[in-house]
Write a protein that binds this ligand. Structure first.
Ligand code: UD1
Length: 426
């Protein structure tokens, strides 16, 4: 298993490029199953989760190939199997995203139930209820969701909770349904909009993506298309927090400042000077120590839960007290005990993490528990005195493209220690 060794201290300085967004690439790859023609995607990040999705589509009979610069070509018309097996789904919950496309296009899908995960129960009832309302017959049996349908029928779906992948699954399914589907209380996330743009590029009729009401007029078939995946706002935010924590000055290029309002606002509150252009963000901390900030996670455009661990790390070394309220997932403070091992003064009470900033952290061996928790630990390692060794960084590799190489170019002292059985990138 690979580990990361970080020698804390240097301020992050320089320029870095944002990769394509994991949370846009995964649903878009799943949506290629809907196409009646070849699809070419660009700016797809090289991540373990992307590899898993490629393996999943490949196991069903799709032909996929990777080219330069994050290009992936998919020929989905060779599909022969409609099964997402447990061995793949258990490694990546987002596999559930093939459910909607398979039922809509092929009338059948056997998708393993993802089960719980480190950050909470994460049920998929909204995905199942929505497809049932569109006419699919669904049973849950032997750990699998077994869905069958003739052509799905458009209907009005009122989502009980805002769910990102729930909205995406139902929006994908509705593209090939008969008639109109209205998704109410839809997720507003930019990745939902990116997926809608891709589906429209294939010939779907979707309006309202990015609002809480998405209207989809079903069509008979979707064509292939060429599409560029949007930049990763969470990766961008993670580098910016790293610069803020180290008193640094960085510029993130090829990103989308308009998707990061809540995060940039918190960084300003923490004392950073921020300037933005159409596709770049510059953050200058002028060598200062950040001020602690209060955070309340909520669906977009509010503060993203996927940036919560990184801000816990920032609060850990900031001036003052910051209270972090996690409202999306019930168990998303797994990074806190690890930060405590590095000297952080954080107390968890229910869904609150109360952080009293300390002047400095000290290096310790720590363990990554989930994707964003790992990012928080890397950031803590950048400021800790001594050598921080982070174990189980396969979590990090699921969602950050060459993170240590990017941090190296920004002046961090970071090194990957390759263990036995490391999975090579595709
Ligand atoms: C997506 C993101 C993930 C992010 C999360 C919240 C992807 C691939 N993943 O996950 O990075 O942290 O949004 O922004 O895009 N819920 C139900 N029933 C359901 C579905 C969800 O109760 O059927 C609950 C969940 O347990 C959670 C809340 O709704 O408490 C929001 O979850 P959801 O938006 O669905 O998260 P994901 O789409 O899994």
């Amino acid at each position: 298993m690979d580990k990361l060794l970080i020698n804390g201290g240097p301020a992050l300085e320089g320029e870095v490029r944002a990769s394509g967004a994991k949370n846009a690439a995964l649903p878009i790859l799943a949506a290629t199953l809907l196409a009646d023609g070849p699809v070419t995607l660009t700016n797809v990040p090289r991540l373990c989760d992307v590899n898993t999705t490629m393996r999943l589509l490949g196991s069903m009979g799709a032909h996929l190939s990777r080219g330069e610069d994050g290009r992936i070509s998919v020929e989905p018309r060779t599909l022969t199997s409609f099964v997402a097996p447990y061995k793949l789904v258990k490694t990546m919950r987002a596999s559930i995203l093939v459910l909607g496309p398979l039922v809509a296009r092929y009338g059948q899908a056997d998708v393993s139930l993802p089960g719980g995960c480190a950050i909470g129960a994460r049920p998929v009832n909204l995905h199942i209820d929505g497809l049932r309302a569109m006419g699919a017959e669904i049973s849950v049996d032997g750990g699998y969701i077994r869905a069958r349908a003739q052509r799905l029928k458009g209907t009005r779906l009122v989502m009980e909770l805002v769910s990102v992948t729930g909205t995406e699954n139902l929006m994908m399914a509705a593209t090939l349904a008969e008639g109109e589907t209205l998704i109410e209380n839809a997720a507003h996330e930019p990745e939902v909009v990116d997926l809608a743009n891709f589906l429209n590029a294939m010939g779907a009729h979707i309006t309202g993506a990015g609002t809480d009401q998405i209207r989809i007029q079903g069509v008979e078939r979707l064509d292939g298309a060429e599409y560029r995946v949007m930049p990763d706002r969470i990766e961008t935010g993670t580098f910016l927090v790293g610069a803020a924590m180290t008193g640094g000055h960085i510029r993130v290029n090829e990103t989308r400042p308009d998707c990061l309002d809540a995060v940039l606002q918190k960084l300003c509150e923490a004392g950073a000077s921020i300037s933005t252009g159409p596709d770049w963000i510059e953050l200058d901390m002028h060598g200062r120590r950040p001020r602690a900030v209060d955070i309340h996670t909520a669906p977009y455009p509010a503060f993203p839960t996927d940036m919560q661990a990184q801000f816990c790390a920032l609060n850990a070394i900031a001036k003052g007290v910051g209270v972090v309220a996690e409202t999306i997932f019930e168990n998303r403070f797994m990074h806190v005990p690890e930060l405590q091992r590095m000297g952080a003064d954080i107390r968890v009470e229910g869904n609150l993490a109360i952080c009293h900033g300390v002047a400095g952290l000290t290096a310790a061996p720590v363990m990554a528990t989930d994707l964003r928790a790992s990012a928080g630990l890397v950031l803590a390692g950048l400021v800790a005195s001594g050598e921080t060794l982070i174990d189980r960084i396969y979590h990090l590799d699921r969602g950050y493209e060459t993170m240590e190489e990017k941090l190296l170019t920004l002046g961090a002292r970071i090194q990957r220690i390759v263990g036995n059985g490391a999975t090579p990138m595709l």
